[in-house]
Design a protein around this ligand. Structure first.
Ligand SMILES: Nc1nc2c(ncn2[C@@H]2O[C@H](COP(=O)(O)OP(=O)(O)OP(=O)(O)O)[C@@H](O)[C@H]2O)c(=O)[nH]1
Length: 367
């Protein structure tokens, strides 16, 4: 992260190196010379960023700029410098790599052209706002934005996720026209890892269905939607019948495969992308049916019952006559009869209990 402290540290380094070094390579011309960079006459011994046409100042300033460029080029951060019009004045190799184009091509271009929507509009508005700030003296130092996640629309049209900190270089050190320094970090690897971990945190390892954690979140979200939009919401709890016996007879490994087959059935019968099947725990599953009604819920439960009854296990080496069934309890929230999502679960659970006690392989609707 390129903080103000780091910026100060960087300027200190530049001043020190400048004092100690007698000769540097000539100004490398990487900074696009603009009117502002060659006008004025206010060179100071500790103003490293802007060349001025003071008789003694040009060489010193160029040396300082050269030093700054060397530091910025060598630093293991992606850095670019833009002016108040958002035009790139300087970019280091790592920065150019993130934008996906050579520095020579990027310099002189508007940096927001490389931002994916909505970030492009957001940063353009930010600069417009900043430029229209009334207090000229304060606005430069007030501008410090990020770190914030952005998506770069790279030169080859691929997208790259990054985080960006944008700071205005302190006005006392850069002359009249402000420059902004952007520091970026490539988030591609981090994001891929995050998405993988997020998927693992929400998925039941055995069945690949949503896990209990994801179910709880989804139920709360669907519950809120149902209340806010006055739409019904149905829940089916599904419990495998005599599963202990299945495990005892065929072993836990085959028991696991049986649960996977049932999970597959649940995935197949979901009526829409909004509906969700999850593993509730052990040999219990649950289906959330948003914007649904008891008739639809019962139809889905019937589909589950039939398909589970039709499952075969010869592919995992079990006898052809091996059969399995599930008991199901349904509860539907329609007009405020349940006060909380937990109350809805309890109602479906009670209905499930009745389905079990009335013989199993049954569907019971909460009244
Ligand atoms: N193979 C396997 N078995 C599991 C898993 N989770 C729970 N079980 C088993 O599921 C069985 C549940 O047994 P019970 O609660 O007695 O229920 P049941 O035998 O299905 O009987 P009813 O529900 O009354 O029809 C237990 O034997 C658990 O070990 C799992 O992930 N894999």
């Amino acid at each position: 992260m390129f903080t103000n402290d780091k910026l100060t540290e960087l300027n200190d380094t530049i001043s020190r190196v400048t004092k100690l070094t007698d000769s540097f390579a000539q100004f490398p011309g990487v900074i696009k010379q603009t009117a502002s960079t060659t006008s004025g006459g206010n060179a100071q011994s500790n103003t490293p960023l802007r060349a001025t046409e003071n008789s003694q100042g040009i060489t010193a300033a160029n040396l300082q700029i050269s030093t700054l460029l060397n530091v910025i080029t060598a630093i293991s951060e992606a850095i670019f410098v833009i002016n108040s019009a958002g035009v790139i004045e300087m970019i280091n190799p790592l920065g150019a790599k993130l934008f996906g184009a050579p520095a020579e091509m990027l310099i002189g271009q508007t940096w927001t052209d490389y931002l994916q929507s909505p970030f492009k509009d957001e940063y353009q508005s930010l600069f417009t706002l900043w430029n229209s700030a009334s207090n000229e003296a304060n606005k430069v130092t007030q501008f410090n934005h990020g770190p914030k996640e952005i998506v770069i629309n790279r030169a080859d049209s691929t997208l790259l996720e990054a985080d960006l900190s944008l700071s205005c270089l302190p006005s006392m050190q850069i002359g009249s026209e402000p420059l902004f320094i952007g520091i970026m970090h490539n988030l591609t690897t981090h994001k891929a890892e995050y998405n993988k971990l997020r998927h693992l945190a929400h998925t039941d390892k055995l069945t690949g269905l949503a896990n209990r954690h994801a179910f709880d979140d989804a139920l709360q979200t669907n519950w809120n939607d149902s209340i806010n939009h006055d739409q019904p919401l149905c829940l089916i709890i599904i419990d495998v019948d005599f599963f202990k016996m299945f495990n005892d007879q065929y072993g836990h490994v085959n028991g696991d495969k049986c649960l996977q087959k049932i999970a597959q059935v649940l995935t197949e019968v979901l009526p829409s992308n909004n509906a969700m099947a999850a593993r509730f725990g052990g040999e219990e599953f649950v289906v959330i049916l948003p914007n649904s009604n008891p008739l639809i819920a019962e139809y889905i439960a019937r589909q589950i019952q039939q398909r589970v009854n039709q499952l075969t296990f010869t592919d995992i080496g079990l006898p052809a006559q091996t059969k399995i069934s599930v008991s199901q309890g349904i509860a539907c929230e329609r007009s405020g009869q349940y006060r909380t999502p937990t109350a809805l679960i309890c109602a479906a659970d009670t209905a499930l209990y009745r389905a079990k006690s009335s013989g199993r392989n049954r569907i019971n609707m909460s009244s």
